[in-house]
Ligand binder design. Sequence first.
Ligand code: HEC
Length: 181
Amino acid sequence: MKRIFLSALAAVMILAVMTGGSFAAEKKGAKAAASAEKAPSNYWDKWTKTISLDIFPDCGVNVLGAGGDDILQATVDIYCGVKPGGYVGYVNPKVHDIYKKKGSKYPDGKTAVLVFKKIGAAFTTDHKDGQPIYDVVAIKDGKSIASKDAGHPLNPQTCAKCHVGFKDVCKKLGYLCGNRL
Ligand code: HEC
């Protein structure tokens, strides 16, 4: 019994040596295919999850009746046309304490993101000298896809108009909005 096992093992080993070249090449190909399908890695991957919305409301939907506030209604009205799908928010763990305590001052650096998987985009908030910097980046490569058109929903000025200007709702929270309630 032991001998049969050993010779079978030897046969397998010989086979492995004989086919070694092509087997390794195949494996390499499979590995390349797997990495092509692998989800892109983004700087917020290990950040702390904050807010989320499973389904972005359609245009015309009144979220006030469903417990939403007027800034959320304004957000729905601006972004419904983009059909962005649900979102998940993340905050940099380094500033999570400030976020939790509804602080108003964030240090320089990357602060928070709102990820819209369906459209492959992430809204980003950074801080520099106490001021917010907004951008929109592609999830696949992190490159900016912000718009330069005045009034466009993906123009950083539009972000600021709301985050900085909407009745001071987010301004007093260091220009973040997700921790306002
Ligand atoms: C009309 C208002 C409005 C506009 C315009 C807007 N946002 Fe927001 N944003 C909000 C609200 C409200 C939330 C919180 C959503 C929630 O509570 O589920 C939010 C959340 C966020 C978050 C999650 C972190 C946080 O709590 O602030 C980021 C990041 C963000 N927005 C970036 C952007 C960027 C970048 C743009 C422009 C491309 C933008 N926002 C445009 C209202 C707005």
